[in-house]
Design a protein around this ligand. Structure first.
Ligand SMILES: Cc1cc2nc3c(=O)[nH]c(=O)nc-3n(C[C@H](O)[C@H](O)[C@H](O)COP(=O)(O)OP(=O)(O)OC[C@H]3O[C@@H](n4cnc5c(N)ncnc54)[C@H](O)[C@@H]3O)c2cc1C
Length: 509
């Protein structure tokens, strides 16, 4: 086995992400006595896919994901834990559950598991580098909504002691497994083309600082090169969203998909992107330039609302997928009515919750602040009268714990992310002066279009025939499992599952 990585770090966008993997009926869930079935999970996806999923991919995913994750735990020492009480996006939908489908890794002690030379090469995100925590412990600490009271001293010590959490932890365990087995990993090396002999893909062309060379593959080539998150031109051609910034590895640029298309592989345009609202802390930079931070779960915390330029709310702020989908909506006449958007929060919100690396109670100079909504609106370019009217309407209902407009806090998913100290609705309370505002844009967490594959992850050509020796998994492949639907954790789970199926197929072939 040879691993080829275009970037200077390993782990890809998986290592930048939250690290949730949506695995219905996992071994971990069965061990914990969770009652679930692949039929129930299939019903859940089918009713949400917009009819665009493929039954054979959905079946392969649901039947084999538990096996793939158990294999990694047993054979590669990549640990996963069941996250207690973490509901599906739409738990009340047929087949949905209130918990028991999400796995994630415990924190990774890099000093124990990785050689010193590899530690700086494991990717990490601006969002999570200050929070080396595991989801299981986060739930025990009262969930995301209690983040103001988490043990930040402990987290600080873990940062100093080189611990990783979230997706970076899983990627690090996988890296350790590869290194333990002596698998070579070529960093800073791009797959720039594929070799084909008598109709079979037999290797790849590699390009690095020293030039180009070829490698031959006896069993096959697996493209796990992600989608086209950092390729603005492709994103414009394949979706109607406004321009978005990549939230993960900037080397996820569609180049892996292109080498397959060069040989006649079929491309499926499924639907646009997995997106997050994002904001920018001035001066923060990652290795690739500007660093944007997602504003996703923060939307569930009471004392904040999201509005458009008219000053009006347009969605349930606690449900990140609703925020990003509505922000990305094109109005058919040249405009994006909800883009950019603005989060408006009050002093009590800032006092209690962190904003990225800005600790609770700290109010940085760059954060627009005002004693009145009119003044705040003028400062950030929002309609003052609209904002005043919108907040009045919101506040009146929020005082009763209700959101008649968008149902914030009505679903289990919302409430799981809310603040348990606030009642009757953990996602709602009226806003009080002074106020703050932040502009929100959109970030790409992954893309849905990609190479068409069989349920064994073999890439197919434009006539639907498998291309022997060529496989695609993760976002390199079109999202045939969920169609238009994305439940958080599906990207990671289907990436691991179809990579596992590709390897099994290649070994059997
Ligand atoms: C902040 C954030 C939170 C997220 N949270 C979750 C979550 O909780 N659960 C979930 O399921 N998903 C989540 N996602 C989405 C998920 O992380 C990605 O969609 C997923 O990791 C994509 O995996 P992949 O294996 O397809 O590609 P990646 O993990 O992006 O890996 C692709 C790798 O291929 C390399 N590469 C690209 N082109 C080439 C080439 N030509 N040659 C060689 N190498 C190449 C890239 O450098 C990269 O390292 C999140 C994303 C972000 C940004």
């Amino acid at each position: 086995v040879l691993v080829v990585e275009k970037g200077t770090a390993v782990g890809g966008t998986y290592a930048y992400g939250t690290g949730l993997a949506w695995v219905p009926s996992s071994r971990n869930a069965r061990d914990a006595g969770v009652a679930d079935s692949t039929e129930a999970a299939a019903t859940y996806v089918r009713t949400a896919s917009g009819g665009r999923h493929d039954e054979s991919h959905l079946a392969a995913f649901l039947e084999r994901a538990p096996e793939a994750f158990a294999y990694l735990e047993e054979r590669a020492e990549v640990p996963f834990e069941l996250i207690p009480d973490y509901p599906d996006f739409a738990a009340a939908r047929p087949g949905g559950t209130s918990g028991g489908r999400y796995l994630s890794s415990p924190i990774l002690a890099m000093r124990e598991r990785l050689p010193a030379a590899w530690r700086p090469l494991l990717a990490n995100s601006a969002q999570y580098r200050d929070v080396p925590a595991a989801w299981k412990e986060i739930q025990a600490w009262g969930g995301f909504g209690s983040l103001g009271t988490w043990d930040w001293d402990l987290l600080g010590r873990r940062v100093r002691d080189e611990y990783r959490g979230f997706g970076s932890a899983t990627a690090g365990y996988l890296l350790a497994a590869a290194l333990d087995r002596g698998i070579p990993i070529l960093v800073g090396t791009e797959v720039s083309g594929l070799l084909r002999d008598a109709g079979r893909v037999t290797g790849a062309r590699l390009r690095d600082g020293a030039g180009e060379r070829v490698v031959h593959a006896r069993r096959g080539v697996l493209l796990a090169t992600g989608g086209y998150d950092a390729n603005t031109e492709l994103k414009r051609r394949l979706g109607s969203e406004p321009d978005t910034v990549p939230l993960g590895a900037h080397t996820v640029d569609g180049s892996g998909i292109t080498v397959a298309c060069e040989l006649g592989a079929a491309f499926g345009a499924m639907s646009g992107q997995m997106m997050s609202p994002v904001y920018r802390i001035p001066g923060e930079q990652d290795a690739d330039g500007a660093a944007y931070r997602p504003f996703v779960r923060e939307g569930a915390l009471p004392g904040a609302i999201i509005v458009n330029r008219t000053g009006r709310r347009f969605c349930d702020e606690a449900f990140g997928a609703a925020v990003s989908t509505r922000m990305a909506r094109y109005d058919g006449a040249g405009g994006y009515p909800n883009f950019p958007a603005f989060v408006v929060f009050d002093a009590a919100w800032k006092a209690k919750y962190p904003l990225g690396a800005v600790a609770p109670g700290v109010v940085p100079d760059w954060l627009p602040r005002a004693d009145t909504l009119e003044e705040l609106a003028e400062r950030v370019g929002v309609d003052p009268a609209g904002l005043v009217a919108g907040v009045e309407r919101f506040n009146a209902a929020a005082a009763r714990g209700e959101d008649p407009d968008f149902g914030r806090g009505a679903t289990e998913y919302d409430r799981n992310l809310g603040d348990p100290d606030i009642g009757p609705n953990p996602c709602l309370r009226p806003l009080e002066p002074p106020y703050y505002a932040l502009e929100l844009r959109l970030g790409t967490a992954g893309t849905n279009s990609g190479l068409m594959t069989t349920a064994d992850a073999e890439v197919v050509d434009v006539r639907g025939r498998p291309m022997p020796g060529l496989y695609a998994a993760g976002n390199s492949a079109a999202n045939l499992v969920g169609g238009l639907f994305y439940n958080s954790g599906m990207a990671n789970a289907k990436g691991i599952t179809f990579a596992y199926l590709a390897a099994r197929h290649a070994l059997a072939g």
